[in-house]
Design a protein around this ligand. Structure first.
Ligand code: ACO
Length: 329
């Protein structure tokens, strides 16, 4: 029994913010942001739009494209680090109600920017075990809700967005299409390199003592950069070795869109042309767990993804977590 991505959808919120607009808020410039990250724009949710409001739009599109009804879903997994609420209720449960997915279990998955890669592997296993036939995998982030607008080191990097995939049991007519293999790893020794320092059980909010900046994303950029370049190459080499394929057989590498320089460094190490890597960080910035499925959706809509194509995803992020999926489209 095989699992495949039956359909994909995405939602990008409306408020576009250029680097020049960010330069009016913090001491930065379009030149610095483009040259250090490759980012030109990002989109932000409206104040009254929570994570699930982005997720629902992506989910509806994926469900419609899969030609199934919400009642056909048996599980909803939402990869996110920016839920509507802290801890619970999960975005997945809010989505379950909004969709009318009356037969679905629902939970959120916390693997930061690697969330979609992890969630796809979880869904794959539930399908392959024969337990479920249709699972909705969503990656949705409202990064603007955890960004410190006084910290130029981080606030220039992120955007909001959501994407969703219906993962289903493959039928005979699907030929070789499948999620073939996933590689999942973590390195908790780097937990402090990327975190929201306060507000959890380690450091609960104390209205008198908690520092405002500790409620937002903290990142040791250099440490994360070094980790990401190594993780990226490890993922790709491991998947190729394990699956007995050469990188030349892979049609597209779809990387987490954190920084164009991370992708360029990995391409150089892997001796691969940049054309093989799908890149849209210039337009959407880093939408955390959502970058990879937003890219897949865009590739699909552009007609780039043909049946039979071999696609390799590579994600890395807070935790630290990293991993990738090999997908026969
Ligand atoms: N505008 C202008 N100057 C800035 C800005 C900014 N937005 N941000 C930092 N600087 C300054 C710094 O203050 C520093 O100045 P100084 O030398 O006077 O102290 C200078 O630029 C260089 O700072 P570095 O941190 O060395 O800059 P670097 O070239 O490493 O780029 C960056 C920083 C882009 C964050 C990089 O380290 C990086 O990409 N790290 C990877 C982490 C990442 O991509 N995270 C995304 C989220 S996590 C994830 O998705 C995995």
């Amino acid at each position: 029994m095989k699992a495949l991505i039956r359909s994909i959808g995405a939602y990008i919120p409306k408020n576009k913010m250029t680097n020049d607009a960010i330069s009016k808020i913090v001491d930065t410039s379009d030149e610095w942001i483009v040259s250090h990250t490759g980012i030109k724009n990002r989109y932000f949710a409206a104040d009254d739009q929570a994570n699930s409001d982005l997720a629902i739009e992506a989910a509806k599109q994926a469900i419609e494209r899969a030609k199934i009804s919400p009642e056909d879903l048996e599980l909803i997994i939402v990869a996110t680090a920016t839920g509507d609420y802290k801890g619970f209720p999960s975005v997945a449960c809010i989505l379950q109600e909004k969709l009318g997915a009356l037969n679905a279990g629902a939970f959120d998955l916390a693997a930061a920017c690697t969330g979609f890669v992890y969630a796809l592997e979880v869904a794959k296993n539930f399908i392959e075990s024969g337990h479920f036939q249709n699972i909705l995998v969503v990656a949705s982030e409202k990064m603007s809700s955890i960004m410190n607008w006084e910290d130029r080191n981080t606030c220039v990097l992120f955007g909001d967005g959501a994407a969703a995939a219906v993962v289903s049991r493959a039928q005979e007519a699907d030929d070789d299409s499948a999620i073939i293999y996933s590689f999942l790893r973590s390195d908790g020794s780097g937990a402090d390199a990327l975190s929201i320092p306060a507000g959890g059980s380690r450091n609960p909010i104390d209205l008198e003592r908690t520092k405002k900046e500790d409620l937002y994303v903290y990142m040791d950029g250099r440490r994360v950069y070094n980790f990401a370049v190594k993780a990226f190459t490890d993922i790709i080499k491991h998947i190729c070795d394990k699956c007995g394929i050469s990188l030349d057989e892979v049609d597209y590498i779809v990387p987490h869109q954190a920084n164009i320089r991370i992708i360029e460094a990995a391409a150089k190490r892997l001796k691969q042309p940049m054309e093989k890597f799908y890149i849209n960080i210039d337009e959407y910035a880093n939408t955390s767990a959502a970058t990879i499925p937003i890219a897949l959706n865009e590739m699909q809509e552009k007609g780039m993804l043909k049946k039979g194509n071999l696609v390799l995803t590579a994600g890395f992020g807070g935790g630290l977590t990293y991993g990738g999926n090999l997908i026969r489209w």
